[in-house]
Each structure stands twice: as structure tokens, then as C-alpha cells.
Write a protein that binds this ligand. Structure first.
Ligand code: KG4
Ligand code: ZN
Length: 375
């Protein structure tokens, strides 16, 4: 039996993240009062490796994790001034994600757990995103979470560690994926989110009347594929080819405005539904709304969602961009939160390419088409 630290003592957890195209290792401390700190957070982005393909290539990602993970763990330990023997637990992403990468990270975590005799925590990547804000802002349960990244687009009601209710999800692309695919169509490069946001700054968001899929429909699910098709149509029917820089800026701004409208409407529905279900406190400051995932770095979207939060008397929390995108600290922290509850895993667990955070969630309005890689 692996040794769990006694209650009332701080815990030091190593976190390993390899579910997609970031290889990451971090060391985090969690104190018994729920506060915590990051001692080291090493992230190696593989963006340059995948950029020529306009998206993540699973085999390239897995090989890169193999090449870099042990070095990153060593660097994280050195930066924190710790050794493997100091660890209280080893946390790694078990899923959802690209199976080759998950195998690399989870196997490494198991080896360290076996060698040190410390517990393994094999956790859900979405849970790691969901709990990060408790490290950065000490946000109390419960809260509404909008998880928006290249692989996920979900609204979750976060009740406790291990207790999540999915209120809505995408029925086709994840929101970051919509940015990436659209940027690829427009020749703006990869990753598409930052490229479109930058291009949109000089653009007129009202020039193109792009669709808002599912607009006016009840519920909290998302759809983006019709929007992508409309962008392709605009491109095919553009008067000048290649289109001018202003045309591209206007289309980017119109696309981003459509995304903002979609996210705002569906988030508003979630807030109303939570109120109708009597899940929200009437006390000021106790309605909490958290943004996570790489798309949360987008300022225009953030401002729009901040307005939605105001309208529904929610307080908005957004972890810093480096902790919104995939990283090891979020895995280490979620591991520490699970450890505090005595939730550890046997060395026999295997990686899971698909792993919904809320196993009881009803399927999205229409079956997803296997577009998102992670959830
Ligand atoms: O959380 P993340 O690093 O990885 C996944 O779990 O997918 O998110 C990456 C995604 C990419 O699709 C990227 O285009 C998007 O986040 N993204 C953005 C911005 N920065 C990153 N999307 C819109 N605007 C941004 N500024
Ligand atoms: Zn992620």
C-alpha cells in the first residue's frame, strides 16, 4: 500500500500532463487549509512540430512526449529544490486525450509511484482544468465552469472534487477547434485562436452576417460547424483572390463576434437554468463563474462573458493564461485535491481516450461526429 500523508500536513505532488500537444511536469504544494502554491511548472509546447500540419498529429505528439518528459520532470524537481523522495503523490492525466501521449505520461507516473512507494493519482484532464481556479483564486464550491479549449467546449456545474454535472457540451467541434479550422481556411496559421484574435482587431465584426448555430434553441449545448461552413462559403465567393488584409480582418472579426454570441447565449441559459433549479445562492458574491481552457485567453470573448456574468449577478474568475492552457500544475493541483480526500488509484489503471467528467450526462443534442480529440 502506498503511503498517504497524514491529515494536517502539506502535500507535495508531481503533476504530469501528456494528453495532447503539451509535455508538462510541475510540482505543487497544497496546505491543509486548502491554499497552495506552484514550486515549478515546466511546459514544453509542441506547436512548432504540429504547425506545418495545421493541427495536432498524434504520433508526433507521442514521440515528443517520450523525448522530453523525463528531462522536464528532472528540471521541475531541480527548480523546486526537491527530490523524488520528497513527493507525497504522483499525479498524471489518465484521459481523455490522445492515447499514445496518455500512455507515456501515465506509465512514467506509475514507474515513479512504484519506485518511491508513493500513491498514484490518475486523473481526468477536465477535472484538472476545472479545479485550477481553486489554486489561483481559492474559489469555493460550487461554481459554474466554462471549459473552452481545442478539445473541449463544455459548461459544467462543479460541486466538489469528483462531483461534476455537465450542463452542456458541443455537438460537433470544440470552440478552439473552430478557431483552428477557420484560421487554417483563412491561411492565418496555427494555433488559430491567437491568430484570429489578432487579425480581428483591425476588422469590422458587422461586415459578414455569419450564422449562430442553435441560437434561440433551449439548452446549453454548442454547435460551431455551420459557422465554419459559412466562412468557407464567404472565402469561395470573395470578390478578390487572395482576399485583401481588410477583408480577412473583417471576416475574422465577424467570426469572433459569432463565437462570442454563441458562448454568451448558451452560458446565459446555463445561469438561468441553475437559478431555476434553485442551485444558486442569493448571497452576493456566492454565484461564481469560472473560465478555463486556452480559448479563455481571448480578450474579446472574456469581455463578452464578463458582461453575461454581470447580467446574472455572477462573479467571474479566470486563471492566468499560462494556467488556462494545458500545463502540469493543474494536474498536480487536482492530484493534491484528490489526495486530500484520500482518492488514489491502483497501478493497474490504464489510459482512457474518452472519459466524460460527468458519466451521467445526457448525450449532446445530436451525436458528436468524433471531431474533438479529448472528450
Ligand atoms: O487548453 P489548450 O491549450 O489545449 C487544449 O486542451 O486544447 O487550448 C488550445 C486551444 C487552441 O484551439 C487555440 O486556438 C485556442 O485554445 N486559443 C485561443 C486563443 N488562444 C488559444 N482561441 C481564441 N483566442 C485566443 N486568444
Ligand atoms: Zn486541456
Amino acid at each position: 500500500m502506498a503511503k498517504v500523508p497524514p491529515p494536517g500536513t502539506p502535500s507535495l505532488v508531481l503533476g504530469i500532463e501528456t494528453s495532447c500537444d503539451e509535455t508538462a511536469a510541475a510540482l505543487v504544494v497544497r496546505n491543509p487549509d486548502g491554499s497552495g502554491g506552484i514550486l515549478a511548472n515546466k511546459v514544453l509546447s509542441q506547436i512548432d512540430d504540429h504547425a506545418p500540419y495545421g493541427g495536432v498529429v498524434p504520433e508526433i505528439a507521442a514521440r515528443a512526449h517520450i523525448s522530453h518528459l523525463d528531462r522536464l520532470i528532472k528540471e521541475a524537481l531541480a527548480e523546486a529544490g526537491k527530490t523524488l523522495g520528497d513527493l507525497d503523490a504522483i499525479a498524471a492525466t489518465r484521459g481523455p486525450g490522445l492515447i499514445g501521449g496518455l500512455m507515456v505520461g501515465l506509465t512514467m507516473a506509475k514507474a515513479i509511484a512504484l519506485g518511491t512507494g508513493k500513491p498514484l493519482i490518475a486523473l481526468n484532464h477536465l477535472e484538472a482544468h476545472a479545479l485550477t481556479v481553486r489554486l489561483t483564486d481559492r474559489v469555493a464550491f460550487p461554481y459554474l465552469l466554462a471549459l473552452m479549449s481545442g478539445g473541449h467546449c463544455q459548461l459544467l456545474w462543479v460541486e466538489n472534487v469528483g462531483a461534476y454535472k455537465r450542463l452542456g457540451t458541443t455537438i460537433d467541434d470544440a470552440v478552439g477547434e473552430a478557431f483552428d479550422k477557420t484560421a487554417k481556411l483563412l491561411g492565418l496559421g496555427y494555433p488559430g485562436g491567437p491568430a484570429i484574435e489578432k487579425c480581428a482587431r483591425a476588422g469590422d465584426p458587422t461586415r459578414f452576417a455569419l450564422p449562430r448555430p442553435l441560437k434561440g434553441r433551449p439548452g446549453c449545448d454548442f454547435s460551431f460547424s455551420g459557422l465554419k461552413t459559412a466562412v468557407r462559403h464567404a472565402l469561395e465567393t470573395a470578390e478578390t483572390k487572395p482576399p485583401s488584409a481588410q477583408w480577412l480582418a473583417d471576416l475574422s472579426a465577424s467570426f469572433q463576434a459569432a463565437i462570442a454570441d454563441i458562448l454568451a447565449e448558451r452560458t446565459g441559459h446555463a445561469m438561468t437554468a441553475l437559478a431555476d433549479q434553485g442551485r444558486l445562492s442569493e448571497k452576493t458574491g456566492e454565484r461564481r463563474f469560472v473560465l478555463a481552457g486556452g480559448v479563455a485567453a481571448n480578450l474579446a470573448l472574456r469581455q463578452r462573458l464578463s458582461r453575461v456574468a454581470d447580467e446574472h449577478q455572477f462573479t467571474l474568475f479566470v486563471p492566468p493564461p499560462s494556467l488556462c492552457t494545458d500545463n502540469g500544475a493543474m494536474v498536480a493541483w487536482a492530484g493534491a485535491e484528490r489526495l486530500a480526500q484520500g482518492l488514489t488509484d491502483p497501478l493497474t489503471v490504464g489510459p482512457l481516450a474518452r472519459w466524460p467528467l460527468d458519466p451521467d450526462a445526457a448525450p449532446a443534442s445530436t451525436p458528436a461526429k468524433g471531431t474533438g480529440v479529448k472528450a
